[in-house]
Ligand binder design. Structure first.
Ligand code: G4P
Ligand code: NA
Ligand code: NA
Length: 193
């Protein structure tokens, strides 16, 4: 097990419905020393890439992306989620369907913060069905920028997002891939990487 898998086993809580709660260290209370290790690990995994910008999505991606950015010495842009509204043309807009909330949202980034010169590392905390991630990829593509890599902290390997994104050819690195979880025993199985 790597450092993150060990932490998930120690402090993660398996809830019914295949939900993994990690709010004591990842997405409510945040362990910044752990985030720093996460940043160092992504820097190692994407060492051969020329990355000049990190893109994430509000809310819980932001904290992680900021610490990761310290390792790449680049700025962070976070996409905003909004209910469908009329946007003036200053924004790139992607439609994102939420399985959990059963609604359609837009994710937006101001055009001035993403352009064809950008080589982007996308960072997020969770990858499940991958709808949010596909929205981010769409924003980068719309801007004519390049997706150099995608770094995910926890992938739920039994949901389809990871497979879809890898099949599209994107370099996707997940620091922990959960293959199965049991809410009765609390047991968590990780994919060997
Ligand atoms: P997806 O298609 O984009 O992968 O997302 P999905 O609708 O499956 O999940 C909706 C939200 O729930 C996402 O956060 C996602 O990160 C989060 N999520 C999915 N599975 C788990 C889980 O097992 N544990 C935890 N803690 N979160 C999970 P969000 O609502 O888009 O963003 P945020 O505002 O929380 O950052
Ligand atoms: Na979340
Ligand atoms: Na997120």
């Amino acid at each position: 097990m790597n450092f993150l898998e060990e932490r998930i086993v120690k402090d993660g809580i398996v809830k019914e419905g295949n939900v993994l709660k990690v709010d004591s260290f990842l997405n409510h209370q945040m362990d910044i020393e752990l985030f720093d290790q996460i940043g160092a690990e992504f820097k190692k995994r994407f060492a051969d890439k020329n990355i000049n910008k990190i893109l994430t999505i509000e809310a819980s991606g932001i904290g992680i992306a900021c610490i990761v950015a310290k390792h790449f010495h680049v700025p962070v842009v976070f996409a905003k989620k909004t209910q469908s509204i009329n946007l003036e043309g200053e924004m790139y807009v992607a439609e994102v369907e939420s399985f959990t909330h059963k609604c359609k949202n837009q994710v937006i980034v101001a055009k001035k913060f993403l352009s064809e010169e950008d080589h982007v590392l996308i960072i997020d905390d969770f990858l499940a069905n991958g709808c949010a991630l596909q929205g981010l990829i769409q924003l980068v593509t719309e801007a004519g920028a390049t997706v150099e890599g995608i770094g995910i902290v926890i992938e739920k390997g039994f949901q389809s997002g990871g497979r879809i994104i890898r099949n599209l050819g994107y370099p996707l690195e997940s620091l922990a891939i959960v293959e199965a979880m049991d809410s009765e025993t609390g047991e968590i199985t990780f994919r060997e990487q």
